[in-house]
Write a protein of this length. Structure first.
Length: 289
């Protein structure tokens, strides 16, 4: 199987120094958001139409490497469009100064430049040199400026932060093109509620409310900046049922004299970094010390 280049050369570039201790979440977010991107797919429907779809969030995890969820890149469920070889992808990032950067469209091919692992809900993307440099050869993102995954799990109560590009922060023009001015990164913070294993896959639950589009984004240990998990999903558990009367004047509209209300407890789920240790050897995904 032919693989993409193993890394992007940094010969002649300034040395990159990675910050490893943060005072608070705001400081971490200002640094980390350079490595977090909205993933958009451009698919040629016919000779007159290109369909643009914003898929979710991805983040850099090594020189020439990005991670996101499998269900972001290659969702096989009914009603979703999985990856097709020939699709073009663009990666967008709003930097610490509020400026939007967008990569040139990049073609990805399954098994060569994108590797999909549905059982772990992860995809690894190989990025070309064009991702880091503009058409005039000027560096727009240092190839060594990436996030590192945490080697060790975090305990219940640990402070965490999340960054990503939820769908409600994405805008489109009337013609269906991405409205770059309406693409925003969003953050939140919380704690680790619990962690556990299910069928050999390690999970965290968090107090943070994840939204569509956050999938594939990083969840940080606020103190170290290491990525302890990747945004996966949420689950909603009924905890209380109650019957409530419908006001008499509305009974005809509802067709009933009472309705059942359900109170639910919602848990946000992250896939722990420990799920990806094998990917480190195979794909150059980087872990902390």
């Amino acid at each position: 199987m032919r693989r993409a280049e193993s890394h992007v050369s940094t010969d002649g570039l300034p040395e990159f120094s990675r910050k490893t201790v943060f005072v608070n979440y705001a400081e971490l977010a200002a640094v980390a958001k350079r490595s977090i991107f909205l993933i958009a797919r451009f698919r040629q429907v016919d000779e007159n139409e290109t369909r643009v779809t914003t898929l979710g969030t991805g983040f850099l995890v090594g020189n020439g490497r990005m991670m996101t969820c499998s269900h972001v890149m290659n969702n096989q469920e009914a009603g979703h469009e999985p990856h097709q070889d020939g699709d073009l992808y663009m990666f967008l990032m709003r930097d610490e100064n509020g400026h939007m950067h967008q990569s040139a469209p990049i073609t990805l091919k399954m098994g060569e430049t994108v590797f999909d692992y549905p059982a772990q809900d992860v995809s690894v993307i190989y990025l070309p040199r064009d991702f880091y440099f503009d058409a005039k050869g000027r560096m727009v993102h240092h190839p060594d400026d990436y996030l590192v995954l945490a080697n060790n799990p975090r305990d219940i109560g640990a402070d965490i932060g999340v960054l990503g590009y939820p769908m409600q922060a994405i805008g489109f023009t009337p013609e269906g093109s991405l409205d770059i001015g309406q693409v925003f990164i969003r953050g939140d913070r919380g704690i680790v509620n619990t962690r556990y294993a299910n069928n050999g896959v390690f999970y965290y639950e968090f107090t943070v409310a994840f939204n569509p589009g956050n999938s594939g984004g990083p969840i940080f240990d606020i103190e170290s900046g290491e990525v302890i998990a990747m945004v996966h999903a949420y689950r909603s558990v009924p905890i209380k049922f109650a019957k409530e009367p419908v006001p008499e004047e509305l009974q005809g509209e509802f067709g009933a004299t009472e309705v059942v209300s359900v109170v639910r407890s919602t848990y946000s789920l992250g896939l722990a970094s420990q799920n990806y240790t094998k990917l480190a050897k195979e794909h150059g995904v980087c872990f902390g010390d």
